[in-house]
Design a protein around this ligand. Structure first.
Ligand SMILES: C[S@@+](CC[C@H](N)C(=O)[O-])C[C@H]1O[C@@H](n2cnc3c(N)ncnc32)[C@H](O)[C@@H]1O
Length: 326
C-alpha cells in the first residue's frame, strides 16, 4: 500500500491507529510483563509502512521472548455454524452446561455477554435468516455470517458502517464477485421482508457488501481456543494450540490486522478462553524490528505455502525463509 493510499484514512482514524490504547476502536490493551496480563499501558508497538508489504507493526522497544505484546478484542466475532450450540453466541467461549444463559434460541456464557449482544440480537431476531443460513451451509461459507452480524451491529448502532474501511481489501475475481452477489441478494431480502426502515439499511449496498467481504477475506482470523489459564507457559500453550479441536468461529480485529505474515514468525496470536486475542513474542525482538505472525501452517513446504498465500491471501511472500527457498 502506498503512502498516498494511507492518506485516505481520516486523521482521527490515524491517531487511533498510532495510539491504540486511548482508542476504543482498536479494542486493544497492553501488558508489559511476562504473560500475566497484570500491567497496562501503551503496547510497545507502532504501525508504520514497509517497502513492499504495506503497513506493518514494529516494536518500539526490546521485547523478550514469550512476552505478551498486547491483547485485542474483536470488532466482530461470529461462531461457526457447527459451533452454534457449543460456544457463547457473543464471545465464543466454550459453554459448560451449568453456566449457560439462554435467550431466544441462542446461548451465552454469562449475563454480561447476553447484555452486550442485546443490541444486535434484537435486530437479528426481527428477520428470518433461514435462506441466508442455508446458502452459507450449502457452500460452506463462513464470512457472509460475519457480514450478517456486522449488519445487525450497524443497524443497532453498535458500530459505524465504515468500521472496517481502514483494513486492506482482497482483490476479488469476477467469479468471486458473482458468488458474493448471491449472498448479498439473500441478506438484503431478509431485511426487506422484515420491513426494516430504508434509512436503517441504506448502507447495505452491493458495493458495501462486496467491499466488506473483500476485507474480511484477508483480515479474518480463525479462532482456535487453546483453553488453559493465563499462567501457563508459552511452550505448553503452543503445544495446546497444535492439538486444539478446530475452529469455534472467526473474528476481525483492528491492530492484529496490521501484522504481516512470516513463514518463520517472531510473534504469535492465540486465544485462550474466548475470542479475545493475545499477541506474544516467540523470540527476543529488538527495538525497531517488524513483528510478524504466521497466517498459515508453517510446517508446510515451500510450494504449498506459496500456493496458499497467493490463492488465499493474494500475495507473494517476501519473508527471509521464502527468499532462501526453504
Ligand atoms: C492482514 S494484511 C497485513 C497488513 C497490510 N500490510 C496492510 O497494509 O494493511 C495482509 C496483507 O499484507 C501484505 N503482506 C503480509 N505479509 C506479507 C509478506 N510476507 N510478503 C508480502 N506481503 C505481505 C499482503 O498484501 C497481504 O495481503
Amino acid at each position: 500500500m502506498s503512502r498516498l493510499a494511507l492518506t485516505r484514512y481520516s486523521r482521527c482514524y490515524l491517531s487511533r491507529l498510532l495510539n491504540p490504547v486511548t482508542s476504543p476502536l482498536f479494542y486493544s490493551s497492553a501488558a508489559t510483563n511476562r504473560d500475566d496480563g497484570s500491567q497496562t499501558g501503551p503496547p510497545p508497538i507502532r504501525v508504520g509502512l514497509t517497502e513492499s508489504a504495506g503497513r506493518a507493526v514494529f516494536a518500539t522497544r526490546r521485547i523478550s521472548a514469550g512476552d505478551l505484546i498486547h491483547t485485542a478484542k474483536p470488532v466482530v466475532a461470529c461462531p461457526s455454524l457447527v459451533s452454534f450450540d457449543s460456544v457463547c453466541y457473543l464471545c465464543l467461549k466454550k459453554l459448560m452446561g451449568s453456566e449457560k444463559v439462554q435467550d431466544r434460541g441462542v446461548s451465552y456464557c454469562s449475563q454480561e455477554c447476553q447484555e452486550n449482544a442485546k443490541g444486535f440480537y434484537d435486530v437479528e431476531t426481527r428477520a428470518d435468516w433461514s435462506s441466508f443460513v442455508d446458502y452459507c451451509r450449502t457452500h460452506n461459507f463462513k464470512y457472509p455470517l460475519m457480514v450478517k452480524r456486522l449488519c445487525c451491529m450497524i443497524i443497532s448502532g453498535d458500530l459505524p458502517a465504515d468500521c472496517l474501511d481502514i483494513l486492506q481489501p482482497a482483490a476479488l475475481s469476477s467469479a468471486m464477485i458473482s458468488k458474493i452477489e448471491d449472498g448479498y441478494g439473500l441478506l438484503w431480502n431478509a431485511f426487506r421482508k422484515a420491513n426494516f426502515k430504508d434509512e436503517d439499511v441504506a448502507f447495505l449496498t452491493k458495493q458495501w457488501y462486496t467491499a466488506i467481504l473483500a476485507r474480511i477475506r484477508i483480515n479474518a482470523f480463525r479462532i482456535d481456543l487453546v483453553g488453559g489459564s493465563c499462567g501457563e507457559d508459552l511452550l505448553s500453550l503452543a503445544a495446546a494450540s497444535v492439538e486444539c479441536e478446530g475452529a469455534v468461529g472467526h473474528a476481525v480485529y483492528m491492530l492484529p490486522s496490521f501484522y504481516n505474515h512470516d513463514c518463520d514468525p517472531n510473534a504469535h496470536i492465540m486465544w485462550l478462553q474466548n475470542a479475545d486475542a493475545r499477541l506474544t513474542t516467540l523470540r527476543d525482538v529488538e527495538e525497531g524490528e517488524e513483528l510478524r505472525i504466521c497466517y498459515i501452517d508453517a510446517s508446510m513446504g515451500y510450494e504449498a505455502r506459496q500456493t496458499i498465500l497467493s490463492q488465499g491471501f493474494g500475495f507473494l511472500c517476501n519473508c527471509l525463509r521464502c527468499k532462501s527457498g526453504d
